[in-house]
Design a protein around this ligand. Structure first.
Ligand code: ATP
Length: 692
């Protein structure tokens, strides 16, 4: 892969097009990104593409970023393309002159609508009018028109736009990607993190004409040592990622980047804001209580009940306007009008604006008893009328991220919690604090008691959160030792040891770190402590069943997610735990010629040849007997062995995780962690029975 050659190619393409950047340029980047599974190459491709835009036509970058991330607006904007497959098929028939039969046979052969469009465009012999080249901005504007056209006649308007786009494509690759974009299934690995990294790097090298910030000349960059360059990349990437985690909207991020580049100031200019949800901080998994206590040795922490409900971020501005967002940043103000109506009462004296976070749990209004998560799912998502509410809820607040115009993210958890509990007002059975207990690792008995009390009231376990940025001497006092206060910036010496030490300490800071899964927030779930772990896996392929199951897909190939590379790594084949009814619905869902894909998607890792590849779209909870090293499955390869991956023995389907998207499936690291835990257990058992 030669990035410089690609850059030259882009430049010459650019020169030949002039004016607004053409969609062909973006298509070229898609084709290159799709041709590789290497994350590094995908990042390089995007960096080169973005650089050409920054220097040549910065006005197209925003549209390009939306298109490349397979979205048109942030999740809380509620804008949807809402195009059915029928609308795309109708357009393909009309514009590429296909009849029903030929469209069907193309679908049967290729599966993916984009691939069908590619073939159809290739076969199209002539067009009456030579279309004008599609522009990146134009395509994005068309999508926005589709998403915003409402009311009578809107279906026809949308159809016309779809057909115009299909008509204007210049070549079969453009058709493929236009259709994939319309079907909202781009199938390139430009996930969020890849795009953020690419943006950071592109703006290190390039700036738009007239921008105030400085970029180092290419020749100077080329002379830098590997680790100097890595540090420059790292700083810029951290800033861009942190800004996006606080303010996840490219409509604001891109204009700021164009003005100031990936500078520290980005975090101020494009930081926390009311009515824009920040990406939540996440908890790391622990094996059990003793693992948690070891990890938090020497720290003060708060154990909190881990309620089984829905995470909610509540924003309120000075005028009293309230917005409520979900864990995935969707707007759910309409789902909880009862919580909105509580805000004036919970807002204590002196509180003008805030962002707080908590878990919404279904409760029995009379007793206040917690109800299972299932009960909460019975509440409608929209147009909930306060008077007609049947599922009552209580908000158990656990964090405060913003108060009276000031972000609190840099404050310690102890301080944020103190502000939350002193400035807000509890309303019994409607709004209260998560039940909690402060402890250190010396308090194992009371922590165990607390854990039991949580599971007794049907909580999932406990969340454990570091309270201060200080280390306590548990042997003598239990009081924070001021000498050990971690000062920012952390010590600046060289050497890997120190780097590691600083990273460990940083991972244990008690600040609120949006979108990060650090060790300062730990989850201890009750099911971790037994051997009945389950995994949330993604079905990625299947084989034709035999005998009684010949009408269905069986077995089915399942994968874990590698968060580093974005790949789905096959881990096991499963043919147990399915009912006939499930087999049938699964066959319908992954019917040949519709939602399946014809060849192995580039982001799926597997060495074998299934009969059908699925379009990854859901998560299944799976039970299993144990984890084994395997030469045939690539899951977690490199994490426990260089040559072998991990697989499951006796996998059994339990249920579809309706509440999880594929981004939340079990990761390869977690699988490796479970494997290590299993090995530890085995060695303890062997020692006690005297076996090797
Ligand atoms: P994650 O949200 O960490 O990606 P997940 O969706 O599998 O993973 P869990 O492992 O169940 O979720 O745990 C995290 C969730 O627990 C939080 O997102 C939040 O909704 C919920 N929760 C319940 N009680 C608390 C609490 N006291 N503090 C923080 N989160 C809590």
């Amino acid at each position: 892969f030669d990035a410089s050659q690609y850059a030259a190619e882009l430049q010459s393409h650019w020169a030949s097009q002039g004016g607004d950047a053409s969609y062909a340029l973006l298509t070229r980047a898609f084709v290159l990104a799709n041709a590789t599974t290497s994350r590094i190459k995908i990042v390089d491709t995007l960096v080169n593409f973005l650089r050409v835009l920054i220097e040549g036509d910065s006005s197209s970058i925003l549209s390009a970023v939306w298109l490349a991330t397979n979205s048109i607006s942030p999740p809380y904007d509620e804008l949807e393309l809402g195009l059915g497959g029928a609308s795309i098929s109708k357009g393909l028939k009309k514009i590429y002159g296909l009849d029903n039969q030929s469209l069907k046979s193309l679908y049967d052969k290729h599966g993916d609508a984009g691939d069908v469009a590619f073939e159809a465009k290739k076969r199209q012999s002539f067009t009456l009018v030579k279309p004008k080249p599609l522009k990146i901005k134009g395509v994005y504007q068309s999508l926005m028109k589709i998403a915003t056209s409402k009311g009578t006649g809107s279906q026809e308007t949308k159809q016309r736009i779809v057909e115009k786009l299909l008509q204007d494509t210049q070549g079969s690759e453009e058709s493929r990607y236009i259709v994939r974009t319309l079907a909202q299934n781009l199938r390139i690995g430009a996930v969020k993190t890849t795009m953020l990294i690419a943006l950071a790097r592109a703006f290190i090298y390039s700036k738009p004409a007239g921008a105030q910030y400085e970029v180092r000349p290419q020749s100077e960059m080329a002379r830098l040592k590997k680790d100097e360059l890595a540090e420059i990349y790292n700083n810029a990437e951290e800033i861009v990622k942190a800004s996006y985690a606080r303010h996840p909207d490219y409509n604001d991020l891109i204009p700021c980047l164009l003005e100031i580049g990936p500078a520290e100031e980005l975090l101020v200019r494009c930081g926390l804001d009311l009515h824009i949800p920040l990406r939540p901080m996440l908890g790391s998994i622990t094996r059990d209580l003793s693992d948690m206590l070891t990890k938090l040795q020497g720290r003060s922490f708060s154990c909190e009940y881990k309620y089984d409900g829905q995470r909610a971020q509540v924003h309120c501005d000075e005028q009293g306007k309230v917005s409520i967002f979900s864990r995935h940043l969707e707007l759910m103000t309409e789902k909880y009008p009862d919580l909105v109506s509580l805000v004036p009462q919970i807002r204590g004296e002196g509180v003008s604006s805030f962002i707080l976070e908590g878990e919404v749990v279904a409760v029995d209004r009379d007793t206040g008893d917690l109800q299972p998560f299932q009960t909460l799912t019975n509440r409608a998502k929209k147009n909930v009328e306060i008077g007609a509410i049947k599922v009552n809820v209580c908000l158990f607040a656990f964090d405060l991220m913003y108060l009276n115009g000031e972000p609190l993210l840099h404050r310690t958890f102890r301080e944020r919690r103190e502000l939350l509990r002193s400035l807000f007002v509890e309303i019994s059975k409607h709004f209260t604090w998560v039940k909690s207990m402060d402890a250190t690792s010396a308090d194992s008995e009371s922590v165990l008691e607390f854990f039991k009390s949580a599971t007794d009231v049907k909580c999932e376990g406990i969340m454990v959160k570091v309270l201060d940025n200080t280390i306590v001497d548990t042997k003598t006092t239990n009081k924070a030792n001021p000498e050990d206060t971690i000062k920012e910036p952390l010590e600046q010496e060289n050497g890997n040891k120190l780097k590691e030490k600083n990273a460990r300490r940083k991972a244990l800071l008690s600040t609120y770190e949006p979108d990060k899964r650090l060790e300062s927030w730990l989850k201890v779930k009750k099911d971790y402590s037994t051997s009945s772990e389950t995994l949330d896996l993604i079905p990625v392929a299947g084989w034709h069943g035999s005998g009684r199951k010949s009408k269905w897909w069986s077995p089915i190939l399942l994968a874990v997610r590698n968060p580093e590379t974005g790949s789905l790594e096959a881990v096991t084949k499963c043919m147990s735990g399915f009912t006939d009814k499930f087999y049938q619905s699964n066959k319908d869902k992954y019917a040949q010629g519709s939602t399946n894909v014809i060849s192995r998607p580039s982001y799926v890792d597997y060495y074998g040849e299934p009969d059908i590849w699925f379009e990854p779209q859901e998560v299944w909870e799976m039970a299993f007997a144990d984890i084994t090293l395997s030469p045939t499955y690539p899951a977690a390869i490199g994490l426990v062995s260089e040559e072998r991956g991990l697989s499951l023995r006796f996998p059994r389907f339990l249920k579809v995780r309706e509440d999880k998207s594929i981004d939340e499936a079990t990761t390869s690291d977690y699988l490796a962690l479970l494997w290590r835990k299993q090995m530890e257990r085995a060695s303890v058992e062997n020692n006690s029975t005297g076996k090797d």
